[in-house]
Design a protein around this ligand. Sequence first.
Ligand SMILES: [Zn+2]
Length: 540
Amino acid sequence: MPADELIADVTDGLRGRGFDFKARSRDGWFVYHGTLDGAGSTFACELQVDPNFSEYPRVRLLERPPDLPLVVPHLGVDCEICYIARGTVVLDIFDPVGQTLACLDRASEVFQEILAGELRNDLEDEFYAYWAGIFCLVDISSARLGQQVLKAVKNGSDLYPVVTDDLPRTQAKLKQLGWTTVDCPAVTYRVKTSAKPRPHNIRWPIKNVQQLLEWQGLLDMQCRKKLLERIQQARATSATSVVLIIESPLMTYGVWVNFCKNSAPQPGARGKRMASLFALPVIPLEVIRLDEKYMAERNQPGRKTLAGKRLVLVGCGTIGGYLADLLVKAGAGTCGGSLDLVDLDGLKPQNLGRHRLGFSGLFNNKAVVLKRELDTLAPGANIAATPQDVREIELDAFDLLIDATGEESLGHWLARRYRHAALLTVWIEGPGTAVRGLMRTNEKGGCFRCLCDANRAGLLTVVEGEIPKLLAGDGCEGLYVPFPATVSLQAAALGAEMISCWVNNDDAPTLRTRVLDGQFQSATPDCSLLKQSGCPACSS
Ligand SMILES: [Zn+2]
């Protein structure tokens, strides 16, 4: 149906609800006027419809309920009702009338709740949509409030503030973007508020210190007080401006207060000084968080990441390369943690078809090049490379040892040598028939040797029947087991999942199998392996 016929239908539908077409908005939306009922009264209201029906209708009050506070949940700037969270409901482009009326009903329900002072938990206010300003890069890993380090970066003619609690770490990150920091003649403070930010319904955007403090006073009086103190404190220094970073339960945002020192009036009576302070211009700052905690945690809310853990990964081959990448994405090496990569081998052309690394790493030690690659991907992570045979070195203290070498005898050696430590072994069975992982974190758990002995006795086997023994390779590079990179990725993914469970104190099941070849049936469901009596590796 052509768009104008669809709109005609919508207009008819809305007329049935007492909404009449008024005009088209500047951006081409169809504007209707009607009323919403609430608290025994009716309030004039405007509804705007996207002619393409690809965005939700906008609903705003033309008349503010007189007793309503100036900052309330779900009511935005110019009294726009936030009745739907973007992306939570899929618009049905084939039913514009039903869709528009459903949105109007929902907005009406939310309006009732606004009047009743109720907060909908499933409807988070999208404050960032109202908070347009200058980008501000924030890279703070600790919870410490108060003064932080302030620099700026120049991107063309634009200048962005950079706030950090560790300048070398932040500079390493910016270097990956080709940015260098310059000095900024300002100071910065970080303050905390218990209030989720919501825009002032009328006076918006905020333009000066007075409006900032009035608005914050409606949200959280304590935070208002702290902001005023920090502004006064900064103004007493030689700084020409102050950057205030506000940590709220919803998001981090900021403001930049310019002291206009060049044109400031001479110090006079206190009242005059305060008046000039209130008039100081304020620029909203859109905070872009660069800290590892944020990047690792946002994809798994409520779960622990690998931040702060000391991990050793032995084997930077086809499994270890992908696994190291996943571990870093999950926070390995951050917040005081470390990731030590151990491998004696060099990267050769025959590895490239199934390795996380590529041509640029050829003929170098795998651990060293993998560290180099991960350093560019996650400059804030503490990653070390040990280009040695794990049998010939003494490992520093660690929380978890990961064996991704796929070498059975080395697995037995590690199980013996580190029998009192937490150890994960992850490997591939046959030519990509299955991947397996075994986690041992306590004296009761079975080790990799326990499992191999059980397998030899026909217990806890991977698949029903024999696993094929397939070898390839010509004389010059020796025989090897062929399987594609997808198999290594599956092994790495299984290992990363088990490590995530370990860090969340949920090891079970400790033996996990993923059969990849559809011609085989799994023979052992995931289970927790117990120590086998008389095991030469883990019996002390
Ligand atoms: Zn054992």
